[in-house]
Design a protein around this ligand. Structure first.
Ligand code: MG
Ligand code: MG
Length: 264
């Protein structure tokens, strides 16, 4: 089961790439702000000694307070509002009784729906005294997302985003997760096109004004292989190495990328 798109999934139930109208983009902007504010609150809240389910409660209450709905709860049966993925966990960790420890890196992935439109974003936070290697991974993963976003321009292709992420990540020796990828987003959480974090420039779908995509690099200190835990959701690195994950929902505008899930 997967909350993100896997490489082999058919990304769309809605029949292809959608171009959003200005009104649709307004709704997505509102959903983006709900997600951005929720993530900001989670980042302020996370500390050692908390259980991951405490973060889920904070997020679900905040999303409800803002009049929105969570994207993930019930999606393909996912049981929680957010995903919390710690250390060697890459994505789709289920919030529960695990206690956050000093030195953990904690990925928090949040989706929200406003007026029927989704936004999707993730951050990885360093808790307390993390190792220099872990901090470098977190910083590099954030930077790789920024490099991908810069390529999210009308006239470019998906492969330009993919290659920008991959080239930067691999130049630092990190493994780029291949089995889970970014995606178009709108009325459905996962629409076409898939947005892999590896690929060739000039290849893949043409990016056009009005498209909205979620770009979400997942980088590992070790290799790119993954496996799923017996809870059927949590994805971990095959080699047990640390992994980090950042994501933004990005609208392609005439004058360049608009990050809908950045705090305004
Ligand atoms: Mg996503
Ligand atoms: Mg996400």
């Amino acid at each position: 089961m997967n909350l993100s798109l896997t490489l082999n999934d058919t990304p769309s139930l809605s029949g292809g790439i959608t171009i959003k109208s200005p009104q649709e983009l307004d709704s997505m902007r509102q959903a983006g702000q709900v997600v951005a504010e929720t993530i900001a609150m989670l980042v302020r809240s996370v500390e050692r000694g908390m259980r991951t389910k405490d973060l889920d409660v904070i997020a679900s209450q905040h999303i409800a307070r803002l009049g929105a709905k969570p994207s993930f709860k019930g999606y393909r049966g996912f049981p929680a509002t957010i995903c919390t993925s710690i250390n060697e966990q890459i994505v789709h960790g289920i919030p529960g009784n695990r206690v956050i420890q000093d030195g953990d890196i904690v990925s928090m992935d949040v989706g929200a729906i406003v007026d029927g439109y989704h936004a999707d974003s993730a951050v990885t936070v360093s808790v307390g005294n993390v190792t220099p290697a872990a901090q470098r991974l977190v910083t590099a993963t954030r930077t790789s997302l920024e490099k991908g976003i810069r390529q999210a321009r009308a006239g470019n292709r998906v492969g330009d985003i993919s290659q920008a992420v991959q080239e930067y990540a691999e130049s630092l020796g990190y493994g780029v997760v291949r089995e889970y990828v970014g995606h178009g987003i709108g009325r459905a959480l996962h629409e076409e096109p898939s947005v892999p974090n590896f690929g060739e420039p000039g290849k893949g779908h043409l990016l056009r004004t009005g498209m909205v995509i979620a770009i979400e690099p997942m980088l590992n200190i070790g290799g790119w292989g993954t496996r799923s835990l017996t809870d059927k959701w949590t994805v971990v690195t095959a080699d047990g190495s640390l992994s980090a994950h950042f994501e933004h929902t990005v609208a392609i505008q005439e004058d360049g990328p608009e990050v809908l899930t950045a705090v305004q």
